[in-house]
Write a protein that binds this ligand. Structure first.
Ligand SMILES: NC(=O)c1ccc[n+]([C@@H]2O[C@H](COP(=O)([O-])OP(=O)(O)OC[C@H]3O[C@@H](n4cnc5c(N)ncnc54)[C@H](OP(=O)(O)O)[C@@H]3O)[C@@H](O)[C@H]2O)c1
Length: 176
C-alpha cells in the first residue's frame, strides 16, 4: 500500500533552507546515502514524487538540465515553468492536494509517494489527513530563519532514531 512520506533534511532549529533558498549549510555535511536511514534505502521504495515551486526551481538550477528522477513527479505551482528535459514525467498542477493525491498514489503503483518539500506543502497533506510519516535528518547547525520544516501542528509517534555521520536521523509516523 502506498504511503505518503515527507523525507527531508533540516537544521536543528527547523529550517530546510535559508531565507535565500540556500542549501549550502546542508550539502557541505558528511552523510552516507547507504547508511542508517540514508537516501538509498528510502529512494528505492519511492514510486512518485511531489514538490512545491521553490523546491522545483532549486532542483532544476542545481542539475543543469539533468533531471534526476525516473518516477512521475508533480510540481505544485501557479507559475509557468518549462519541463526540465524531453521525455521526463513532470506534471505541473495547482490547487487542493486532496484532489490531486489519488492520481499520485495511483502513479506510485504500490510504492511510496515522496513529499520532497517544502514544509508548507507537507503541511497541506498533513492537514487533510494524507501524510503517513515524517523522516528528518538533522544537520548540526542552526539557521535562525528560513524555509520552515513543517509549519503546522502535527502529532507524531517516534519510530526510529539513528546516527548517519554528521546527521541525527529521526523517523515518525503521523498520528491521526
Ligand atoms: N533540506 C532539504 O532537504 C530540502 C528539501 C526540499 C526542499 N528544500 C528547500 O526548501 C525550500 C522550500 O521552499 P518553500 O518553503 O518556498 O516551499 P516549496 O513548497 O518548495 O514552494 C512553495 C511554493 O510552491 C507553490 N505551491 C505550494 N503549494 C501549492 C498548491 N497547492 N498549489 C499551487 N502552488 C503551490 C507556491 O508557489 P507559486 O504560487 O509561486 O507557484 C508556493 O509559494 C526551497 O529552497 C527548497 O530548495 C530543502
Amino acid at each position: 500500500m502506498t504511503r505518503t512520506l515527507y523525507y527531508t533534511a533540516t537544521s536543528l532549529d527547523g529550517f530546510i533552507a535559508t531565507s535565500e533558498h540556500s542549501l549550502d549549510w546542508l550539502v557541505s555535511r558528511d552523510n552516507d546515502p547507504a547508511g542508517p536511514m540514508g537516501y538509498d534505502v528510502f529512494f528505492a521504495q519511492i514510486g512518485a514524487l511531489v514538490m512545491g515551486a521553490s523546491t522545483y526551481a532549486w532542483v532544476t538550477e542545481q542539475l543543469d538540465g539533468d533531471w534526476p528522477y525516473d518516477q512521475p513527479t508533480w510540481v505544485l505551482t501557479h507559475r509557468d515553468f518549462p519541463t526540465p528535459a524531453d521525455g521526463v514525467d513532470v506534471r505541473f498542477r495547482s490547487g487542493n492536494v486532496a484532489e490531486l493525491h489519488p492520481e499520485m498514489v495511483a502513479a506510485a503503483a504500490s510504492k511510496d509517494l515522496w513529499v520532497v518539500g517544502g514544509g508548507d506543502l507537507a503541511g497541506q497533506f498533513a492537514e487533510r489527513g494524507l501524510l503517513d510519516a515524517v523522516q528528518v535528518s538533522v544537520a548540526p547547525v542552526t539557521l535562525g530563519a528560513g524555509a520552515p520544516l513543517l509549519p503546522r501542528q502535527v502529532e507524531l509517534r517516534l519510530t526510529g532514531v539513528a546516527r548517519n555521520r554528521d546527521f541525527a536521523c529521526l523517523s515518525y509516523d503521523v498520528v491521526r
